[in-house]
Design a protein around this ligand. Structure first.
Ligand SMILES: Nc1nc2c(c(=O)[nH]1)N[C@H]1C(S)=C(S)[C@@H](COP(=O)(O)O)O[C@H]1N2
Ligand SMILES: [Mo]
Length: 538
């Protein structure tokens, strides 16, 4: 039964391990119980209130911009998975420690479990969208887990064993606790916890299935103002070049949501209120669909996009003109004497995004979008309604899962990312990206198409130039113009010679400004510099 017994004289180490291993295991089981019970309670409260999601969210809220930038850069969209795995590993280590503690001091061990419950509860309630009931999953989970640990620790106690005879401490130490009793109790606790966890997951899944089915049943009305046809030739037929329209499944996703909100469109409401709102309004999803819809191609860009990075994409959006709604509510832009210069959009997950009122009302196609590339918004991209404002980075314009619009001033309120060192206002900077050839590609000598995309939303792209090894600039051929709110493809036929070469690209917008060579990072208002690619021509 016990290998160490057959392997001759067990030292104090294996002795300690024989006692320590079940103790650590009891801690792990208690931790597992806490998470499973919390999962079940979260199904009743709401999925985002589960402890791992809550603690992860709290970590994200407090992550300094430089670290967040590092995480996004190195893990990309997997950054959230890495964070959650990290939390689980830490939790497992603590749980084992607490198990060992409980095997010596039952009460103290059980109390330590409660401390973790408090951490989870405080994290959940302290999230921007947190409510008092969000504490329940962590609290109930921790209470049950403390009970389980107390019980298991009891089975590890040497209470029922006869006191060891002199000189027999070694064997007595290992033999004292009720091994069978412990195994039975531990197995029962683990099985019951797994059952609770599975039930919780099941309940959450069936709710999600209902919301997904309802999304699938939505038919978007035809827009009163369809998007202008994309000119033939806006998409060049070149291998490795990004398509003009980015399919939803390939569209970048950047947000702070560990659990993607699944909002029920039927009960969704949007409130518009605040400074200078003469007639506050509350709208439902059907109210929006009943209004005049417009359809526009708009390129979205993230401020966290590095030079040459992937966080940019173009979609055909359908939605309601936000300026019309604001005007009906009695809002005037600052240039016409309105008292509010900032729109603060709030999402169901507590994100706040501040946008200049002037930009939204200056005639550009600022949308409350309900559709993306011919379908209702995907859940990842803000279902049922999000904002899209041409020319502004996403963090100051593109609120997903929106539920509230408040008119206020920049002086009186800082939105989520502004509190975290990012700029209050952030128009998108002119950028060009080389899509092909890829870095370190080895094309054959001869004519090599160098191609990519360039964007300067709401100004438009005037010119793109490419140079090789710091030589003279060559003007690239631009694809047909689809308007100033979308990116533009470009290509330059490079007479490539063998050897290592550095390709560089720069764009000029329609105001005549050429993007600067100066390299700056993404914080606080977007990266600058020329994208370059090194290739080895063979
Ligand atoms: N609710 C919510 N909306 C949000 C965000 C977020 O974290 N939460 N991120 C913003 C940022 S930084 C960007 S770049 C865009 C990205 O939109 P996408 O994920 O649909 O590409 O959404 C914006 N809207
Ligand atoms: Mo972003």
């Amino acid at each position: 039964m016990d290998d160490s017994q057959k392997q001759g004289a067990p030292g104090p180490w294996s002795s300690r391990l024989a006692r320590g291993a079940p103790a650590a295991l009891s801690g792990l089981i208690a931790g597992f119980t806490a998470l499973c019970v919390a999962e079940l309670v979260a199904a009743a409260v709401r999925p985002e209130a589960g402890p791992v999601t809550a603690v992860g969210g709290a970590v994200i809220d407090r992550t300094p911009p430089a670290v967040k930038d590092f995480a996004v850069r190195n893990f990309g969209t997997a950054d959230k998975l890495v964070l959650q795995l990290g939390i689980l590993v830490l939790l497992a280590l603590f749980a084992m420690g607490i198990g060992v503690l409980a095997s010596r001091h039952r009460r103290t061990g059980a109390a330590a479990v409660l401390v973790f419950g408090v951490i989870g509860a405080v994290s959940a309630v302290g999230r921007p969208e947190g409510r008092a009931t969000d504490a329940l999953p962590s609290v109930v989970g921790a209470l049950v887990a403390a009970g389980v640990l107390y019980l298991l620790a009891g089975r590890l106690a040497p209470a029922t064993a006869p006191p060891p005879a002199a000189g027999e401490t070694e064997r007595a130490d290992r033999g004292v606790f009720d091994r069978r009793g412990f195994v039975v109790a531990a197995t029962a606790a683990a099985a019951a916890s797994a059952g609770a966890g599975l039930l919780g997951r099941q309940l959450q899944a069936s709710r999600l299935a209902g919301v997904s089915a309802a999304r699938g049943d939505i038919t978007l009305p035809a827009p009163a103002s369809p998007a202008p046809a994309i000119p033939r030739g806006a998409g060049l037929d070149i291998r490795g070049l990004s398509s003009f329209v980015t399919p939803n499944k390939d569209f970048y996703r950047v947000d702070t949501a560990l659990t993607v909100p699944r909002v029920d469109a039927g009960s969704w409401r949007l409130r518009i209120h605040g400074k200078g709102v003469a007639r506050p309004v509350t709208l439902g999803f059907q109210d929006l669909l009943a209004r005049e819809l417009i359809e526009r191609d708009i390129t979205l860009t993230c401020v966290s996009n590095q030079v040459g990075g992937p966080y940019v994409g173009t979609a055909r959006w359908i939605g309601v003109r936000l300026a019309d709604l604001l005007r009906e509510a009695g809002v005037k832009p600052p240039s016409r004497g309105g008292p509010a210069d900032q729109i603060v959009a709030r999402s169901v997950d507590g994100m706040t995004i501040g946008t200049p009122v002037e930009d939204v009302m200056d005639g550009r196609d600022a949308l409350l979008a309900v559709g993306m590339n011919g379908e209702p918004l995907p859940f990842d991209h803000g279902f049922p309604v999000r904002m899209v404002v041409p020319g502004l980075y996403g963090y100051v314009s593109a609120c997903k899962w929106i539920q509230d619009i408040e008119l206020t001033t920049f002086d009186s309120y800082d939105a989520y990312w502004v509190k975290r060192d990012w700029a209050r206002e952030a128009p998108i900077k002119t950028q060009a990206r080389i899509d092909t050839p890829r870095p370190f590609a080895s094309p054959r000598a001869g004519t090599v198409p160098v191609a990519g995309v360039a964007w300067a939303q709401h100004r438009g792209i005037e010119r793109v130039e490419v140079r090789v090894d710091g030589g003279e600039w060559h003007t690239a051929r631009l694809a047909a113009d689809a308007g100033r709110d979308t990116w533009r493809q470009w290509v330059w036929e490079w007479p490539a010679t063998t050897g290592n070469h550095t390709l560089e690209v720069r764009a000029t917008d329609r105001t005549g400004a050429t993007q600067t060579e100066e390299r700056v990072g993404t914080v606080p208002d977007g990266a600058t510099g020329w994208h370059s690619v090194v290739v080895d021509v063979s």
